[in-house]
Design a protein around this ligand. Structure first.
Ligand code: AP5
Length: 211
């Protein structure tokens, strides 16, 4: 499949979880700006040093740090791709239009209180970025990733205070993108409530309708 797909949706709507499964089952390449930035922070690179403060505060990292990163990654991809976490402002979407043609944008909808619960109880693998939830999707062994046995940790931006700020930033900067992509005729809304497999089937249906 060689579609270029954007997964939109608020923090905690399941973009990362669904991207993992879609990429593995449909042989798509993942480009996740959140994962790339966290890796840069972990490796203490110049990019990571500049991005860290914004991420810990729940604010968007400036465009000059993320847009070129995505452009370079996209250039290297053969076949289909899922963009998870990019674009997340009108300006980023307009810049993206200059170097890629997006085929489908899936907007995952989940109510705000459910998002807070999902994020504050999320655990992430330090080694492979695999995502778990203490109640809804617990790891088989406590504090260990099922896939690679790496240690699980709580992201520094998953405290309730920062989650609420991320949701505010989402409404202010990212939500207007739904109108932008609706007007282009490529937006599909998907109900993100229900268990992970149910949401996956809804997304798959939207992708198959596009093929
Ligand atoms: P990023 O990593 O992109 O975070 P986000 O968009 O806030 O999204 P999340 O990763 O928090 O949530 P998700 O939707 O992927 O949900 P998940 O699948 O994990 O960005 C982090 C930061 O980096 C930003 O704040 C910003 O600073 C910076 N950044 C990144 N991209 C940027 C850009 N383009 N421009 C500028 N700055 C940028 O699921 C959440 C939890 O819910 C998990 O525990 C999971 O197990 C559980 N779950 C998932 N689905 C379900 C379900 N159906 N039912 C029950 N539980 C579920």
């Amino acid at each position: 499949m060689d579609l270029k797909i954007v997964l939109l949706g608020p923090p905690g709507s399941g973009k990362g979880t669904q991207t993992e499964r879609l990429c593995s089952e449909l042989k798509l390449t993942k480009i996740s700006t959140g994962d790339l930035l966290r890796e840069a922070v972990r490796n203490d690179t110049p990019l990571g040093a500049k991005a860290k403060g914004y991420m810990d505060a729940g604010r968007l990292v400036p465009n000059d740090l993320v847009v070129d990163l995505v452009r370079e990654k996209l250039k290297a991809v053969k076949g289909g791709v899922i963009l998870d976490g990019f674009p997340r402002s009108l300006e980023q979407a307009q810049l993206l239009d200059k170097f890629a043609k997006i085929d489908l944008v899936i907007d995952i909808n989940v109510n705000e209180e459910a998002l807070v619960k999902r994020l504050t109880m999320r655990r992430t693998c330090k080694d492979c970025a695999g995502v778990y939830h203490l109640e809804y999707n617990p790891p088989r062994e406590e504090d260990k990733c099922d896939r690679c046995h790496g240690p699980l940790y709580q992201r520094t931006d998953d405290t309730e205070k920062t989650v609420r700020e991320r949701l505010r930033v989402y409404k202010e900067s990212t939500l207007p993108l739904t109108k932008f992509y609706h007007e282009k005729g490529i937006l599909r809304k998907v109900d993100g409530e229900g268990d992970i497999s149910t949401v996956y089937q809804r997304i798959l249906k939207a992708i198959k309708a596009k093929k």
